[in-house]
Design a binder for this molecule. Sequence first.
Ligand code: SF4
Length: 196
Amino acid sequence: MNVSRRSFLKASGITLAAFASGLGFDVAAAKAQGYALKLEGCTKITSICHFCSGGCGMLLHIKDGKLIHLEGDPDNPINEGGLCPKAASLQQVAYSPDRPKQPMYRAPGAKDWQYISWDEAIERIAKKTKEIREATFTKTEEITNAQTGAKETVTVNRAEGIAVIGSAEIDNEECYLLTKFARLIGTPFHEHQARI
Ligand code: SF4
């Protein structure tokens, strides 16, 4: 939970005031007050978690263009306010300093990773894809005819050395293109991250 110095001091002041007034310490009230202070001035918008295909609803609280807080949307019929740990930590997708934002490359045998440009990364991926596809491509396969029992050679055109993995982090249009790409290069191995 992010608590700004200002919010913390404000909440502390409220707690001290409660003690001073002889009312004792009401944890629920203090929590509610802290929550209200944290979200003060925020715009609330609804969104959908994109980690898996569950489609859980979220409430996002935004202030000055920054995500301050997120929680499950109690009005969403799928999750009714609940969120799994992946979604609960979604804020880090946007703000974690550990999140890689540039392609990285580790040369064969090397210990360390190095940053490379997007152009270089795309060039390397394209070259490797072509190289692996050509080295592992299966054009035909021998099968046994179920009716006659005779051996037959059939065309299969499979790129067996390549697998494509989808992601819940990509949108419908990107999924469409990725699927097209998988069919185009001929890989029979096409999976989704959420199923692994
Ligand atoms: S990752 Fe968790 S919160 Fe997100 S859609 Fe899937 S189950 Fe729901």
